[in-house]
Design a protein around this ligand. Structure first.
Ligand SMILES: [Mn+2]
Length: 322
């Protein structure tokens, strides 16, 4: 069954033409990679190799080992890329060092962030897609590439991680339809969900214990704030950059409209993750500090002491609560 005709069908078609005309591609994922940027990159790599193209996948941050199955069976033989494609990367700063290293240009950008800066020659942005990986499914269809198990696994990884296992409010009929198509194509859905959601290292469990201990409430419990400091990470032996699961914790508390996670990056640099409920726009809050993201999940970076940063973000959130 074909996917519902997307609003950006024309963009997908143009992207497909561009991909067919190239030969050696560098596919870039964002720094502190998550399942969607990596799943999308390796899905696209599989699609391109299926039609005889050479590909490499790059990310300026280390890729956590639990994602290693994504590349299974790929050749990844491109050494001197001529075409540069970004997946799930809303802005140039999220390329890390790769933007300059790759010559400061992007030929094709495929993304679903409403805050996307549209910095590429060809930008295909569908903010209604629950994950960038969904757009890879549309691309495979537009290019008549059959879904191998590797491609299906990679796309499923992107969708399930960005929707919190088909639970968040960005999950819609198209998400489930994609899930069905991928399951039919042989995606190992329970293996992937177990790896992404059920399997924790001891250090991850330890940092979660410390993080839960740090939760504070503001505005009569409508805002919950969780802090992960460098000290805590050292104590837990935890160095993974992707705090996706932890960032989802504060919003889980009953009555919380905005959950804030503050992650200390260095002495005076703090990464803020915002998770909100319907009616509170996360990317507008993040946008006030130069960040971006989605309506229910967004982020930004703040500088100063932990106390200053905490005060600044709590004050800003107050303007958005109902
Ligand atoms: Mn995404």
């Amino acid at each position: 069954m074909p996917l519902k005709m997307s609003e950006i069908a024309a963009g997908i078609k143009e992207a497909a033409e561009f991909l067919k005309s190239g030969d050696c591609f560098c596919i870039v994922s964002h720094i502190n990679p998550d399942g969607d940027t990596l799943g999308s990159a390796y899905a696209l790599a599989g699609i391109l190799e299926s039609i005889g193209k050479q590909v490499q996948v790059r990310c300026a941050s280390p890729i956590p080992p639990r994602y290693s199955y994504l590349a299974e069976g790929l050749k990844l033989s491109c050494t001197d890329p001529r075409q540069i494609v970004a997946v799930d990367i809303a802005g140039i700063s999220l390329w890390g060092s790769l933007w300059e290293e790759l010559g400061g240009r992007c030929d094709l950008l495929i993304d679903h962030h409403v805050s996307n800066e549209r910095y590429a020659k060809l930008s295909v942005i569908d903010a209604s897609a629950s994950a960038t990986a969904i757009l890879m499914l549309e691309l495979a269809e537009a290019m008549n590439v059959p879904l191998t198990k590797q491609i299906a696994n990679a796309i499923f990884t992107g969708i399930t991680t960005d929707t919190g296992c088909f639970r968040y409010s960005n999950t819609n009929a198209q998400t489930f339809e994609a899930g069905m198509i991928l399951a039919q194509a042989g995606a190992e859905t329970s293996m992937i969900n177990k790896l992404m959601f059920e399997t924790k290292t001891r250090a991850e469990m330890e940092i979660m214990r410390l993080a839960l201990d740090s939760i504070e409430f503001h505005y009569e419990g409508r805002c919950a704030i969780l802090t992960v400091t460098l000290d805590m990470r050292e104590q837990a032996g935890y160095y993974d950059e992707d705090l996706g699961e932890i960032a989802a914790l504060p919003r889980r508390v009953e009555g919380v409209q905005c959950g804030i996670t503050i992650k200390q990056k260095s002495e005076d640099e703090f990464k803020i993750s915002l998770r909100t409920v319907s009616g509170v726009n996360a990317y507008e809050i993040a946008g006030r500090f130069g960040g971006g993201g989605h309506a229910r999940a967004a982020g930004c970076t703040l500088y100063g002491s932990l106390e200053e940063v905490r005060e600044k973000i709590i004050e800003a959130v107050g303007d958005f609560l109902s």
